[in-house]
Design a protein around this ligand. Structure first.
Ligand SMILES: [Zn+2]
Length: 263
């Protein structure tokens, strides 16, 4: 199983790369996890647009899903004709949300070109995620609800005895420990930095700091930690320092183009 970070910028694209998008490959199968703002461009350095086999969307915030609209255009208007629909596993309302974002005509929003061969559901075949485990190609995928203002799923991906856990966007939740238990790699968001003395309290049910991400890696017994969803306005070095105090295993900051091979 191989992970390539396509985009890891938190909440909006940054100067060094796009918003959230991760390419996971096993046995030649290519799964995208999230397809956030700007990710479709960087993706093409690592995989052809015809080479994606399935997509999992953690949640419907713009920085995790909105390049699905551009991708539907690329597939629908391909010079050799429309490409076949790709299976997409997402929260309920994913097709509606993306269909509305795709069309400039509010009156046609709910159909969004459906039936004319250029709607979001012509480019993608949507399946609603529920908590539990399913097989996607050669990957075993377990979804858990996370703690975030909209319906959000974290994932555990397993293949050939190796495992990768992805926090998605989340505040503190024991679901993250379950997803990451003994995982070879925890890809965990670290959007926030710890407030200084007398600073405001951390928001609940929203995001994690580097320290909190590292504490989850330690509690879960994860083999290594990659900190992601890094906000451009934060000092990434500070995030890494915070995490370093709470997890003794190998850790790194995610970066667009970074690749990790598991197994
Ligand atoms: Zn979010």
């Amino acid at each position: 199983m191989r992970l390539t970070i396509i985009g890891c910028s938190g909440s909006f694209p940054g100067p060094a790369g796009p918003a959230s998008c991760y390419l996971v490959e096993a046995e030649g199968f290519r799964l995208l996890v999230d397809l956030g703002s700007g990710a479709l461009g960087a993706l093409q350095r690592h995989a052809g647009l015809d080479e994606i086999d399935a997509i999992c969307l953690s949640h419907l915030h713009a920085d995790h899903c909105l390049d699905m609209c551009c991708y539907s255009v690329a597939r629908t208007w391909h010079p050799e004709g429309p490409r076949p629909p790709i299976p997409v596993y997402g929260p309920s309302q994913a097709a509606v949300r993306l269909g509305r974002a795709l069309t400039a005509d509010p009156a046609a929003a709910d159909s969004a070109g459906q039936g004319q061969g250029h709607g979001i559901t012509d480019a993608f075949g949507f399946t609603t995620i529920t908590p539990g485990t399913t097989e996607i190609g050669p990957l075993r995928v377990t979804a858990e609800r996370m703690s975030h203002p909209v319906e959000t799923f974290g994932f555990r991906l397993e293949h050939a005895g190796r495992s990768l856990a992805y926090s998605a966007d989340t505040g503190e939740t024991d679901a993250l420990v379950r997803l990451a238990r003994q995982a070879d790699l925890l890809l965990c968001e670290a959007s926030l930095v710890e407030p200084g003395p007398g600073g405001p309290a951390l928001p609940q049910g929203l995001h994690l700091t580097g320290r909190q991400a590292a504490q989850y890696a330690a509690r879960a017994g994860a083999g290594q930690l990659v900190l992601t969803h890094l906000a451009p306005w934060n000092d990434a070095g500070r995030t890494l320092d915070e995490a370093d105090q709470a997890f003794s295993g190998p850790m790194s900051l995610a970066a667009s183009g970074m690749r990790v091979v598991l197994g």
